[in-house]
Design a protein around this ligand. Structure first.
Ligand code: FA5
Length: 335
């Protein structure tokens, strides 16, 4: 038995040197260490040996097993470190590739349109302070408009931004006037979730400040964005809207493209979807960010990017977009 064990060791060393990949290593490991290996057979037949010989052979078997285990481990590490550079260009392409989210695509399209109009793309923090999310937008703590956006507060007194409008404040502070910025980003509200409301969704803020900016400038930009994104004229309606940081304020709704205005769960049976509130920047907001409202005026808008993606790609339920369900999302593999 002792001779056989020495022979096995010699044989193993010769074989492991020529192992080229992990499959071969698995085979060799099972050949020498598996339940049906010769070493296991020797170990189970030791019972019949006299006690002295049993002790000697047992110790040899254990030593050999430990040596083989160590060599297999070293070979495994060697093969893994080499495998990074081991490309097989003849392998078929993995068809389960990832794709961009419809929200990312639509966001980029809107940014492209705005950049052509001279807008700069900016960003702001998702964890905001109360001043930028509310106070600087003419929403002091006593203002009932704070209830319009149910807020997630952090223990340190900060909040998850409820809209992208704090980005306008940060841009005014940083760049002053004149100004033309767009800020796409994620927002958070403690909302009841349904087919068109999520607690995490995307908006895109836009702001223009200059001399003699008017409502017709605002409508020109809004119409331009929608016709570029949808590639056709979509029916919209403009109605008065209340936001403390604009005056006058408007709600711009789009005719629901899921039901063509007939009424469905996505538009809550109204035939219209609130998509793009906007308005002329309130003089108080300009003043708070050190811009003189006697010289400058401006407009701002807050596109619901998630809803825009739903309308463009006919996604009838907002929950699909946040579901992480790859099977559902793969149907929007549009890039
Ligand atoms: C605002 O958030 C304002 N900051 C927009 C604004 C900017 C007005 C600049 C005037 C000037 P509102 O709460 O309506 O407004 O949200 C804007 C858009 O975000 C909505 O029209 C809608 O398209 C989208 N939205 C709002 N809440 C949700 C939600 N829970 N889930 C998905 N989309 C939402």
């Amino acid at each position: 038995m002792k001779d056989e064990l020495l022979k096995l060791k010699k044989q193993f060393i010769e074989e492991i040197v020529s192992v080229r990949n992990l499959e071969e290593l698995t085979l060799i490991k099972s050949k020498y260490l598996g339940k049906k290996s010769r070493i296991s057979e020797i170990m189970s037949s030791m019972k019949k040996l006299p006690i002295e010989e049993k002790r000697e052979v047992g110790a040899l078997c254990n030593k050999l097993k430990n040596e083989i285990t160590q060599k297999v481990k070293e070979k495994n590490e060697e093969l893994i470190s080499k495998s990074t550079f081991d490309f097989d260009l003849t392998m078929p392409i993995n068809k389960n590739r990832g794709s961009l989210s419809p929200i990312t695509i639509v966001g980029k399209e809107v940014c492209d349109v705005l950049q052509k109009l001279g807008f700069t793309i900016v960003s702001g923090p998702e964890i905001e302070d109360e001043y930028h999310n509310f106070d600087a937008l003419n929403i002091p703590s006593t203002h009932p408009a704070r209830d319009m956006q149910d807020t997630y507060w952090t223990n340190s007194g900060k909040l998850l931004r409820t809209h992208t409008s704090p980005c306008q404040v940060r841009a005014m502070e940083k760049y002053g006037a004149p100004l033309r910025i767009a800020a796409p980003g994620r927002c958070f509200r403690n909302e009841d979730i349904d087919a068109c409301h999520e607690n995490t969704f995307f908006q895109l803020e836009g702001m223009v400040i200059d001399k003699n900016v008017s409502i017709s400038n605002l409508l020109y930009v809004m119409k331009g964005i929608l016709s570029e994104i949808f590639g056709k004229v979509v029916e919209v309606r403009l109605r008065p809207g209340y936001f403390p940081f604009v005056e006058p304020g408007f709600e711009l709704d789009v005719k629901c493209l899921i039901c063509n205005g007939k009424g469905c769960p996505t538009c809550k049976d109204s035939g219209w979807l609130e998509l793009c509130p906007c308005g002329m920047v309130h003089p108080k907001v300009l003043k708070m960010s050190n811009i003189d409202p006697n010289i400058y005026s401006g407009f701002a808008f807050g596109i619901g990017l998630t809803r825009l993606a739903m309308m463009k790609y006919h996604i009838n339920d907002i929950r699909i977009l946040n579901s992480c369900d790859l099977e559902e999302l793969s149907q929007f593999d549009i890039m």
